[in-house]
Design a protein around this ligand. Structure first.
Ligand code: NAD
Ligand code: ZN
Length: 254
């Protein structure tokens, strides 16, 4: 017989506890971070492969970096856009897609900008930090979705000629009001919050975990490693999102 490590048994028990709670839940909110897309080959910000030309993402994803060197910031975005264009959803995305149908009320708050949840088929979602294929003018109200590689960087606004920028939320920028409002509404109403693949340090998304706990909701965390939220949540399942989430969905369908 193959020996089963205690860790595996504990993880299995955590999954069963999560399934038990979720089977009774009528309202479920899932919040995802970069870890959900790691198994699709998209580097997280804080994990391996997050570095580009020795810059940390915190040095590039800011309005100050863009003001200082818009070409450099755009080059980094083109590099990321190219990786994301080639990426496909992984079993974690498909499990979250299945969850949309399994619960009476479901909502997904994603911090990812990569479009993979939509590609997997989720429709009830908000992109908390925007979308890497959307861009907006730094001066006028021009916005567009632009999937192709840019010929020259930075791309210019066809309406006023000023620089375009990625329509994503950078460090130090506020979350758009309507996005924050819809997210808060679902956090207030939900019974269970499942937080997947997020380092739980980027605000205000990270605060949803403590807010949900404060409101007496059940919070389940799925992450490769412990996070600052681990001590706070009801169930913390350690492992790859692409392995854990399909097991939860399997349990829910049993
Ligand atoms: P992060 O990079 O700070 O943290 C990623 C988390 O995922 C870590 O806690 C890590 O332990 C965990 N993780 C890594 N691989 C995993 C796996 N296979 N299964 C489960 N967990 C795994 O990411 P964040 O918390 O999302 O915050 C960074 C910000 O950067 C986000 O706001 C997001 O918008 C942006 N970002 C997006 C993408 C994307 O769209 N794919 C990629 C990188 C960063
Ligand atoms: Zn313009």
């Amino acid at each position: 017989m193959i020996p089963v490590s205690k860790t595996n048994i504990l993880i299995k028990m955590d999954i069963e506890r999560a399934v038990h709670i979720l089977k009774r839940a009528r309202y479920v909110v899932v919040m995802t971070g970069a870890g959900v897309s790691a198994e699709s080959g998209i580097p997280t910000f804080r994990g391996e492969g997050g570095l580009w030309r020795n810059y940390r993402p915190e040095e590039l994803a800011t309005p100050y970096a863009f003001a200082r060197n818009p070409k450099l910031v755009w080059e980094w975005y083109e590099w990321r856009r190219e990786i994301i264009r080639r990426a496909e959803p992984n079993p974690a995305h498909y499990a979250i897609r299945d969850m949309e149908d399994l619960f009476e009320n479901f909502f997904l708050i994603t911090q990812n900008v990569d479009d993979l949840h939509r590609k997997a088929g989720n429709r009830k979602l908000v992109e908390f930090h925007g979308n890497i294929f959307r861009e907006k003018c730094t001066v006028c109200d021009f916005r567009r979705v632009h999937y192709e590689k840019h010929e020259t960087l930075p791309p210019l606004c066809p309406q006023c000629g000023n620089f375009l920028r990625p329509d994503v939320v950078w460090f130090g920028e506020p979350i758009p009001h309507d996005v924050l409002e819809i997210s808060e509404r679902h956090i207030l109403r939900t019974e269970v919050l499942i937080s997947v693949g997020t380092s739980a340090v980027v605000q205000p998304a990270a605060s949803f975990i403590s807010i949900a706990k404060g409101l007496g909701k059940t919070v389940i965390e799925v992450n490769l490693t412990p996070t600052p939220a681990t001590g706070l949540v009801d169930i913390s399942i350690q492992g790859k999102a692409g392995e854990i989430l399909p097991k939860i969905v399997e349990g829910l369908k049993r």
